[in-house]
Design a protein around this ligand. Structure first.
Ligand SMILES: *Cc1c(COP(=O)(O)O)cnc(C)c1O
Length: 425
């Protein structure tokens, strides 16, 4: 007979993941030396390779001064191009459709300059009611920027009464009925709160058939689930790199614009000297000549020391590959779900993430029926060395990340919850 903990250890021996490539913080609480880190959906852990790569870029500046633009080990002028192909592979895009720049909400605004163009009765922006606040503020401020009333312009999709997540058919129905009033559909690919993975191809097709522009916020999807943005005909997308992409706090973000919008009759766009064709950048002409790629959406010369960590991380995703990561993710999250089922059965805890593995990434969100989510995560941290994150008032999110989380981490979550939340029977 094996104890559940021994079983978790046995799973780790046969399905080890890539934890050795990461720094895992010390626990300083509970019975184990390292934390059980389930918060990679909020901020990914630091890859061991990042520090030296970053220092090499810093040394080039020390050694070369301005000449580093052309002579650095990784020359600064074309540095961002090193990130393009791996970022494109990650989201299923062409390299011409992908660029790494700025941060997520800034990119959403720059993309809406091009893609939110209210006209006639087609003015509305559809988001989820549980959209991340930044997205909600962004679309409301875009409505105001166009002289529209945000309350009348922004439509918030709610789950059916008594349900926690959206149904694809309800989104598709709304688009069929009211799509002629929708200028922009902007949803989270994976919802930050519930962990629900939307049916991106079906909803994109329905939105485009209704004549709307369809954009996706992939903050919780990039590096978490396989994506095929080009084939799914998505108009545009944006994502950050500090969650599943492990590129550090506030890391540079990614942008996708579908090929059909590139070149052609110019979309409205805000430009700067990085929007112009790289070969002509130093001709210092007064009028830009943007390339027929998404690089036309770049504005400023990029922060080089912020690019290194993204490059290092994307190399990791390239070497392991999303298919292998998704396969391990399904095993690990399925395992955590089985353990949580046992703990939640007789406690005021409910998993609100869809049970169908095809409708979620690695995150499982638990609604707590008694007490505060913040209080519970504090106790998990300080009494058990388990790091999860709370979204007040009542959601605690656990994300076993396939790159570095272990079965033993999942076991520690269930064990800590059982010890912390009193059983009702
Ligand atoms: C994390 C997250 C953000 C954060 O926005 P920043 O511009 O990176 O600060 C925005 N939207 C969603 C959906 C997120 O999950």
């Amino acid at each position: 007979m094996h104890t559940p903990e021994e079983e978790a250890r046995a799973h780790d021996a046969t399905d080890p993941g890539h934890r050795h490539l990461f720094h895992v913080p010390p626990a300083e609480a509970g019975r184990y030396p390292e934390v059980a880190y389930l918060a990679g959906n909020s901020l990914g852990l630091q890859p061991r390779a990042t520090r030296d790569e970053l220092l090499a870029d810093l040394d080039d500046w020390r050694r070369l001064g301005v000449e580093g633009h052309l002579e650095a080990g990784r020359p600064w002028l074309p540095y961002h191009e090193l990130l393009t192909a791996p970022a494109a592979r990650l989201v299923g895009a062409l390299p011409t459709e992908t660029v790494v720049m700025n941060s997520l909400t800034v990119n959403l605004h720059l993309l809406m300059v091009s893609f939110y163009r209210p006209a006639g009765e087609r003015t509305r922006i559809v988001i989820e009611d549980s959209a991340f606040p930044s997205d909600s503020y962004a679309v409301r401020s875009q409505a105001r920027f166009h002289g529209l009333d945000p309350d009348a312009t922004v439509v918030r999709l709610k789950p059916r009464p008594g349900e926690d997540t959206l149904r694809t058919e309800d989104v598709v129905d709304l688009l069929a009925r009211e799509g002629h009033t929708v200028a922009l559909l902007l949803l989270g690919g994976v919802n930050y709160l519930t962990g629900e993975l939307m049916d991106i191809p079906a909803i994109t097709a329905a939105g485009r058939a209704a004549g709307a522009v369809v954009g996706w916020d992939l903050a919780h999807a990039a590096g978490n689930v396989p994506l095929a943005l080009h084939d799914w005909d998505v108009d545009f997308a944006a994502w950050c790199s500090y969650k599943y992409l492990n590129s550090g706090p506030g890391a540079l973000a990614g942008v996708f614009v579908h090929e059909r919008h590139l070149g052609g009759p110019a979309l409205p766009r805000f430009e700067g000297w990085w929007s112009t064709e790289a070969a002509t950048r130093f001709e210092m002409t007064p009028v830009s000549r943007p390339p027929a790629t998404v690089e036309a959406w770049q504005i400023s010369n990029p922060p080089i020391f912020a690019m290194g960590p993204v490059r290092t991380s994307l190399e990791l995703f390239d070497s392991v590959g999303m298919p292998a990561l998704r396969a391990r993710s399904l095993r690990l999250t399925g395992y955590l779900e089985r353990l949580l089922d046992e703990v939640t059965a007789d406690r005021p805890l409910t998993v609100v993430t869809p049970r169908d593995p095809a409708r979620r990434g690695c995150q499982l969100s638990v609604r707590i029926g008694v007490g505060s989510a913040n209080e519970l995560t504090k106790r998990l941290r300080h009494e058990h060395g388990v790091i999860a994150d709370a979204r007040e008032p009542d959601i605690v999110r656990f994300a076993p990340v396939p790159l570095y989380s272990t079965y033993h981490d999942c076991w520690r979550v269930a064990d800590a919850l059982a010890a912390t939340v009193e059983a009702t029977s």
